[in-house]
Design a protein around this ligand. Structure first.
Ligand code: PAF
Length: 282
């Protein structure tokens, strides 16, 4: 198995194995790999000659120092998991210094307003950090296709916008959300939950599903109000936001339009751990 801890060595290796026709699939991750990540890797190995997985906890996308500090780092187990999927997968696990060359700062992006909504509103600077690292990783790996999970739907829209604006020659592939048995969306942050919190977290998807049913008969405002009330009754979870938004523009739905596709987005806190989820509404 090939593992690289620095970009120069990875780039040199990729140049040496690539032919003019070979395709590179890329799965960017922050590690603590779960089945959702595994599904992205499997799809990439099926669709490409070469697959690269990056494992890098990117400091510039964390607006909360405690979240960055406590983010699970499980490189050894991650490497074993990757090898069990396919030992030909190339792992890129760079250091912060290698990626940022002494200046751990993000570039400032204009994502046509997508960056100011939901995650962007509640995590200032988050999407500049994501844009900076994803662009840098794309420049290093030069992928044909890059694979992202739908759970981070807003991130996917941001990455697509970045690709479009910078005319990067990469196809963005969006893969479905993987859920635990109780329907909690898989996330590396789930590792930080207690067993009890993890069980209770079933409420997030349950409420999303009920909101979907309500939205089919009533307005976005009433549905949002209902979700807010449900979380007021809950002692374990604190709702940060629930939004019903247009899938394309991510603008809040004020009045339903039959021709638009809507999606519900949610972020909740449990014991300082932040969980997000999303569901398509029509
Ligand atoms: O979704 C993630 O894990 C991260 O935001 C990403 C895309 C790897 C960038 O650091």
């Amino acid at each position: 198995m090939q593992i690289f801890y620095g970009k120069a060595a990875l780039m040199e290796y990729l140049t040496s194995i690539k032919t003019t026709n070979s395709s590179i699939g890329f799965v960017p991750t922050m590690g603590a790999l779960h089945e959702g990540h595994q599904s992205l890797m499997l799809q990439s190995t099926k669709e490409n000659d070469i697959t690269v997985v990056s494992i890098f906890v990117n400091p510039t996308q964390f607006n909360n120092p405690e979240d960055l500090e406590k983010y699970p780092r499980t490189l050894e187990t991650d490497i074993i998991k990757i090898a069990s999927i396919n030992p030909d997968i190339i792992v890129f696990a760079p250091t912060v210094d290698d990626m940022y060359e002494g200046k751990t700062l993000s570039q400032s992006f204009d994502f046509d307003g997508l960056e100011n909504k939901m995650e962007g509103k509640f995590r200032p600077g988050h999407f500049d950090g994501v844009g900076t690292i994803v662009k840098r990783l794309f420049e290093i790996v030069k992928p044909t296709k890059a694979y992202f999970g739908e759970k981070d739907f807003q991130q996917v829209q941001i990455v697509k916008k970045m690709v479009e604006k910078n005319q990067l020659p990469v196809i963005i592939i969006v893969c479905p959300i993987y859920r635990e048995i109780n329907n909690l969306a898989m996330s590396s942050r789930n590792e930080r939950l207690t067993l009890h919190e993890r069980e209770e977290a079933a409420i997030i998807y349950k409420i999303l599903n009920e909101a979907k049913a309500k939205f089919s008969k009533s307005s976005a405002e009433k549905t949002t109000q209902w979700v807010n009330n449900e979380f007021k009754k809950n002692k374990t979870f604190t709702l940060e936001y629930f939004e019903i938004a247009d899938e394309k523009t991510l603008t809040t739905c004020k009045r339903k339009n039959k021709n638009k596709k809507y999606r519900a987005f949610i972020a909740v806190f449990v014991n300082n751990i932040r969980l997000i989820d999303t569901i398509s509404l029509n």
